[in-house]
Design a protein around this ligand. Structure first.
Ligand code: ZN
Length: 489
């Protein structure tokens, strides 16, 4: 069996996965900013690192997967001096900010369950780790790489760059950054425009803030991931993942912070998933092509010709390599839907196949090629192509053109199922209608039992049935012909 090779953004090449404490794997992935409904942009990193989590677990590694929640108190970048979005929604709707965070977090979790994304091992919230973040800021100040300005604390990038290489991960040069960084409001507190905030003094309208020796304020965005990853995975850990949009400045800043605070850059292996475009364009609120996952699943967006099931979306994403850009269009999604249907039908056919006396197909080669695809930097497009060869085999076996003996057929069936369900994390949803039929059948049975109780003058039972149904929102109306029911609002 070939060994697992992963592309490391830091070295810019594919490398065998080498672990600090095998068989343990420490995996940290930048999680969602719960500042709104989960959208398409959330789905790709979630699915990419879910695939990695599933595959490493399958290979026998003990994975501790930490994916954070960026919640209250964090501006999206240093330049954003406006009111925190959570704070604004909380103020307008008279909610506790944590209520807003909870709503968006619940929504994100619901969408992740729909996409069959497994829960991480630990899901820490930034707001629950203020002390760890402050402690890290203190270490950086003590080391002399941060300065205070008007109650805020900034990381001194120029000073860091004298000894270390700022831009090592993203391939940027400090000189270029100086010309690229625009002067924006609030940057006058900084020594240089590329310095980033470790702690920000809270403006009066900023609802979420914490006391500190520097000011009543809140931590910078970058420090949260450094603090939470070292809290749960140690000062050095194996894999850090996230979307390519986080490469700079977020991940570059994480390396700088950890290098100064802990004396090491923290991460051995950096992995980044590429971005999603919609009909060739970047997704953005201003472009009117910003699609939430709920809109995608219901078809409720003007860009969508129909609803797409969560599994169609998952399958569509896995058909592309995680390091390639992926363009969303109705045509591409419809093609994915068809392909996924073919796979579903083949699984049904496969269940009914019976073994032959001998094998005309080479099972061993098939198995090897599936693992080789995954071991080559999680090459899911190749794996999916292999699985479609398997689909071809299934159809040929059904027609009696090819065969597998009992041993090979059993291994083939479990291998195909294992790759489709356990590793790719696909599942075949119940065909529509099954659920719709079950409720009326159950209701008929319950109402019959109630009718029988009434006939036996067992009114306590018949009342109990009616009251329980009422509490479930089901209204019962007695008529001459029997009882009718209706699900209320
Ligand atoms: Zn992060």
């Amino acid at each position: 069996m070939s060994e697992l090779i992963l592309f490391n953004t830091l070295s810019r090449k594919k490398e065998p996965l080498s672990l600090l404490r095998p068989p343990h794997v420490g995996l940290y992935v930048c999680g969602p900013t719960v500042y709104g409904d989960a959208h398409l942009g959330h789905a790709r990193p979630a699915i990419t690192f879910d695939l990695l989590f599933r595959y490493l677990t399958h290979l026998g590694y003990k994975v501790r997967y930490v994916r954070n929640i960026t919640d209250v108190g964090h501006l999206e970048n240093d330049a954003d001096e406006g009111e925190d979005k959570i704070a604004k929604k909380a103020r307008l709707e008279e909610l506790e900010p944590m209520e807003v965070v909870q709503q968006f977090t619940d929504n994100y979790h619901r969408n992740m369950r729909q996409l069959n994304v497994k829960s991480p091992s630990i899901e820490p919230r930034a707001s629950g780790h203020i002390m760890e973040q402050q402690e890290m800021v203190r270490k950086i100040i003590k080391a002399g790489y941060a300065y205070q300005s008007n109650g805020s604390v900034y990381f001194d990038v120029a000073m860091y760059n004298e000894k270390y290489d700022y831009g090592r991960l993203s391939g940027r040069k400090l000189e270029d950054l100086l010309t690229q960084t625009r002067e924006l409001d609030g940057q006058s507190e900084k020594r240089n425009p590329y310095d980033f905030a470790l702690w920000k003094k809270a403006a009066p309208e900023h609802i979420m803030h914490w006391p500190s020796e520097w000011s009543e304020g809140f931590p910078g965005w970058h420090i949260e991931c450094s603090a939470m990853s070292s809290r749960y995975l140690g000062e050095e850990f194996d894999i850090h993942g996230g979307g390519l949009d986080l490469l700079f400045p977020h991940h570059e800043c994480e390396i700088a912070q950890s290098t100064i605070a802990n004396g090491k850059p923290a991460v051995k292996h950096w992995m980044h998933n590429n971005m999603i475009t919609i009909n060739g364009q970047k997704m953005g609120k201003s472009l009117g092509n910003f699609i939430t996952l709920d809109e995608l699943f219901s078809g409720g967006h003007k860009e969508l010709k129909q609803a797409y099931s969560p599994m169609t979306i998952r399958f569509f994403m896995l058909q592309a390599h995680y390091r390639s850009t992926l363009d969303f269009s109705n045509e591409a999604l419809q093609a994915a839907e068809k392909g996924f249907d073919r796979m579903r039908n083949a699984m049904e056919t496969m269940a009914k196949l019976s073994p032959a006396a001998s094998s005309s197909l080479n099972y061993i080669d098939f198995e090897k090629s599936c693992y080789e695809a995954m071991n080559d930097d999680l090459n899911t497009p190749v794996l999916v192509a292999r699985l479609f060869e398997g689909v071809k085999w299934i159809n040929q076996m059904k027609e009696g053109k090819e065969s597998l003996n009992e041993n090979d057929l059993n291994k083939f069936k479990s291998l195909v199922q294992m790759f489709i369900f356990d590793i790719l994390g696909l599942r075949f949803e119940e065909k529509p209608g099954q659920d719709d039929q079950l409720t009326p059948q159950l209701m008929d049975m319950i109402l019959e039992l109630r009718q029988e109780a009434k006939q036996k003058k067992d009114f306590s039972t018949s009342d109990k049935i009616r009251d329980t149904l009422t509490s479930l929102g089901i209204k019962i109306k007695d008529t001459k012909e029997g009882a009718e029911w209706e699900i209320g609002e």
